[in-house]
Design a protein around this ligand. Structure first.
Ligand code: GLU
Length: 499
């Protein structure tokens, strides 16, 4: 299917690990750019590293993208399955004279590298020791004759060691001039061709290298824009050489700076370099996550909170920053809190249900929640969601709904339930039993009336009520709690603690 704009982007993860936060952001930017331009967003699984690619990682990547709502068009392309096509292109380059068979063995290559190291060390040692100028000059010319970039003798037609000797296919890359990438984020970046060696396209066992596979796949998939982490910037130069050798159009590149931790250091687990699945389990909403990730390295003025439709409308490559963005858990939490308050109670419960079995802090009660319980949770949501920053917090704060009577009191709650407090509870129980309607305003009115009549402070009554109703001293507003529990359960819990 052709797209209106002709833009085609892709996300091309290697399934050697889970979908981490940087990958999710790359996917999002490609997805947003396709949305913005009315283009297409494709998915390619780069599973050529057979030893490290796993089905579990593929499943986690697909799952993570789906959770984030980043839908791709069509079936994912699996790179490994296209190895024959990659090989075909390598031979095409061989035939057109843009590649050659190189018979240098790995041992020879290693020996050459060792020679380079040795020459470099000899020069450094001589300089340190204050060797005479002629000696330094001699060592310099030895080193100059050994460029770091390996020049294969087979490029210039050296005869193969044996007719059936194993070989790799190398690109006959230009030696003169420069390779230039006009990057949409980094600007114009250039490499002296003498510094780029003739890369291997096909290994001696006939398998394609990563560099070849990416170019062939991007070309065959009709990719027009490659948006990815700037750790791939040098690859863009190498890939440009392959495109040029094939006479293919080079896609537009946009290399986005990597994500750092709040302290500016490379993102680590401690900073949040976790799989997207971990964020789901921590109770982040996919919408909040998407909003947060969109702001990591891209911005639209001072707008912090926006819908996905707005992000798609505004997103453009020229607004991607050049410096690394900083991952900030506190910001993500706050944003998640805002999204929680703006999400319907039913939807929150639906999402909590999904993650509940994974929430360690709720294991003890979550498995017992039945349909009526989930309904109760929905009723409790308005009181709960005012403060919560994650679905996990919501679930944990709702613990009181699901604990069996008599409640286990924590230390503070037990302390609050003094003999005097228990007397108040006994009196309140009678008043509550007589209420015509069981809702928070009626319960609150009755409590206030009781406090006024007895001259007790409202706080000295509300806290024991809370302790009796929840077993804790912290909870959503206590009158809401009692209302949500329902008259029978609330009165029974109060009776359990009353004197
Ligand atoms: N498979 C590469 C990675 O996961 C990405 C390749 C690309 O985007 O060109 O880092």
């Amino acid at each position: 299917m052709a797209s209106a704009s002709g833009v085609v982007t892709r996300f091309a993860p290697s399934p050697t690990g889970f979908l981490h936060i940087g990958g999710a952001r790359t996917a999002l930017f490609n997805w947003l750019y396709a949305k913005h331009t009315g283009g297409r967003f494709l998915l390619r699984i780069e599973d050529t590293d057979r030893a490290r690619s796993t089905d579990a990682a593929i499943a986690a990547i697909l799952d993570g993208l789906q959770w984030l709502g980043l839908d791709w068009e069509g079936e994912p392309v699996f790179q490994f399955a296209r190895a024959e096509r990659h090989k075909e292109v390598a031979y095409q380059l061989l035939e057109s004279g843009n590649a050659y068979r190189c018979y240098t063995t790995p041992a020879e290559l290693e020996a050459y590298r060792a020679e380079v190291d040795e020459a470099r060390k000899a020069l450094a040692d001589a300089k340190k020791a204050g060797a005479p100028a002629e000696e330094i000059a001699r060592l310099e010319s030895v080193l100059a004759a050994k460029p770091r970039v390996f020049n294969s003798p087979y490029r210039d037609g050296k005869t193969p060691p044996a007719p059936d000797a194993p070989f790799v296919i190398r690109l006959k890359a230009p030696r003169e001039g420069e390779t230039v990438v006009e990057d949409q984020v980094q600007g114009r970046v250039q490499w002296a061709n003498k510094d780029l060696d003739d890369m291997v396209l096909l290994r001696s066992d006939g398998t394609p290298t990563y560099m070849l596979a990416v170019v062939v796949d991007d070309h065959d998939m009709g990719i027009t824009h490659v948006i990815r982490g700037d750790d791939h910037l040098t690859n863009a130069a190498r890939q440009t050489q392959i495109y040029t050798a094939m006479g293919w159009e080079v896609p537009t590149f946009a290399h986005i700076p990597l994500i750092h931790g709040p302290d500016g250091a490379k993102l680590s687990k401690r900073h949040g370099a976790l799989g997207v699945d971990a964020y789901r389990a921590m109770g982040y909403l996919p919408d909040a996550m998407r909003n947060y990730l969109a702001r990591l390295g891209w911005g639209h003025g001072d707008d912090e909170i926006f819908t996905t439709a707005q992000a798609a409308e505004w997103f453009d490559l020229d607004a991607i920053g050049r410096s690394p963005s900083r991952f900030d858990f506190a910001k993500l939490e706050n944003l998640n809190g805002v999204y929680i308050r703006n999400t319907s109670d039913a939807e929150l419960v639906r999402q909590i249900k999904v993650i509940a079995p994974e929430v360690e802090a709720a294991k003890e009660f979550a498995s017992r929640i039945d349909e009526a319980g989930w309904k109760k949770l929905e009723l409790a949501m308005p009181g709960l969601k005012e403060r919560a920053k994650s679905l996990v917090e919501l679930l944990v704060a709702a613990r009181y709904l699901f604990v069996p009577r008599p409640l286990d009191l924590d230390e503070k709650a037990a302390k609050i339930l003094s003999p005097e407090a228990r007397k108040h509870l006994a009196a309140l129980k009678e008043r509550f039993a007589a209420l015509e309607t069981w809702d928070a305003p009626s319960i609150e009115a009755a409590t206030r009336a009781y406090a006024e009549e007895t001259g007790a402070k409202l706080g000295n009554i509300a806290q024991p009520l809370r302790a009796a109703a929840t077993g804790r001293t912290v909870s959503p507003p206590v009158f809401d709690v009692l209302a949500v529990l329902g008259r029978d359960e609330a009165l029974a819990r109060i009776a359990d603690q009353a004197a």
